[in-house]
Design a protein around this ligand. Structure first.
Ligand SMILES: Nc1ncnc2c1ncn2[C@@H]1O[C@H](COP(=O)(O)OP(=O)(O)OP(=O)(O)O)[C@@H](O)[C@H]1O
Ligand code: SF4
Ligand SMILES: [Mg+2]
Length: 326
């Protein structure tokens, strides 16, 4: 296959390769809670990897482990030729520069007593990349990048709207010119029209700077629009991973289908089959031996209860962990 015939994602550079990453938390009673179980995923330069799944499935733990907020239990995450999980000293500092995070509630991440220009340039000061005389100009440049007036540099964050503060959060994340930005529910707290504008902004910045996003959101329609790759998590496991194409259109795993069916669709056709999403989710303290979705799956067989399905490539660039595709 010539380079031009390959799907777009295969023509872009691999930026992050997560291999068999597991995170277990020690909890009371000497037990372990498995928040992320043997996760294998890839993210590409200038592309957005969406991570979806119900509350508690391990999305935040996965990105927080990548950011070294939690130590990994096992596995690796290869970024620029080294394992992020083993970085220390100057390497860890550089990783923290290269991988930035935009939070759901940026207000909590800002010191309310700091002016916007100091909030924006603090990361650059920490890395010794800016002189005091350059602060105003740099803050104005970063504000312009996120379409905020330069005059905002002399304000305090509490005098800004939620949407403006989220732009400030994005500008701060951009200050160090990172390779990857993690957006964990970064737009969830905003009303729909502001959310749309922030997403447009993120897409524009991505095209200009070729940044990779890891994008976590509960709004599946938004993920479908924003993301080039989508990973679906269930009870700490990746159960489906699509490297190209729309997840709503192409999904195969019964869980993803049920998730998608739960989203209101304007073009819903009467008689169209919706997979139910009912039943108990097992405790992450006591993971079942077989398929994690078995207790809620209408296709479940005895084999599913006994044997855990591995993630398999069912078509080019599309992996599914389900015995229906064995
Ligand atoms: N520090 C911690 N100690 C113990 N358990 C934790 C810790 N952080 C997360 N967990 C558990 O790990 C599991 C995954 O949590 P996580 O926050 O990653 O889920 P999530 O997919 O981000 O959910 P949400 O959509 O609600 O943000 C949950 O069962 C949670 O209770
Ligand atoms: S492996 Fe079995 S229980 Fe699990 S999703 Fe597939 S059919 Fe359902
Ligand atoms: Mg979360």
């Amino acid at each position: 296959m010539s380079n031009n015939e390959k799907p777009a994602y295969e023509r872009t550079k691999l930026v992050l390769e997560i291999n068999h990453l597991t995170k277990k938390f020690a909890v009371d009673g000497g037990k372990f809670l498995t928040a992320c179980n043997d996760i294998t995923l890839r993210a590409y330069e200038g592309r957005t990897l969406g991570i979806i799944g119900e509350s508690g499935c391990g999305k935040s733990t996965l990105v927080r482990t990548l950011l070294r907020i939690h130590p990994a239990t096992s596995g690796e995450a290869i970024f620029e030729g080294h394992d992020l999980m083993k970085s220390s000293g100057e390497q860890l500092r550089q990783d923290r520069k290269n991988i930035q995070m935009v939070f759901q509630d940026p207000t909590a991440a800002f010191n309310p007593k700091m002016l916007v220009k100091d909030i924006l340039t603090e990361p650059l000061k920490n890395f010794g990349l800016i002189k005091n005389s350059e602060v105003d100009a740099k803050a104005a440049e970063l504000l312009e990048m996120v379409e905020l007036p330069a005059e905002f540099k002399d304000r305090y964050p509490h005098s800004m709207s939620g949407g403006q503060r989220q732009r400030l959060g994005i500008a701060r994340a951009l200050a160090l010119e990172p390779k990857i930005i993690v957006c964990d529910e970064a737009t969830s707290a905003l009303d729909v029209s502001v959310q749309e504008k922030i997403c447009e902004l993120l897409c524009r910045i991505q095209k200009e700077k070729n940044i990779t996003y890891l994008f976590i959101a509960h709004d599946l329609g938004l993920v479908d629009l924003m993301c080039h790759q989508v990973a679906v998590m269930y009870l700490g496991n990746v159960v489906e991973w699509l490297e190209h194409g729309r997840i709503a259109e192409h999904c195969k795993h019964p869980y993803t289908k049920a998730l998608m069916g739960a989203v209101f669709k304007v073009d819903f056709k009467p008689g169209e089959k919706i997979e139910p999403l009912e039943g108990e989710i097992p405790s992450p303290l006591d993971l079942p031996p077989g398929c994690p979705f078995a207790s809620r799956c209408e296709h479940c067989t005895e084999h599913c209860v006994q044997v855990k399905p591995e993630l398999k490539e069912v078509e080019h660039g599309h992996w599914v962990a389900c015995h229906l595709f064995d």
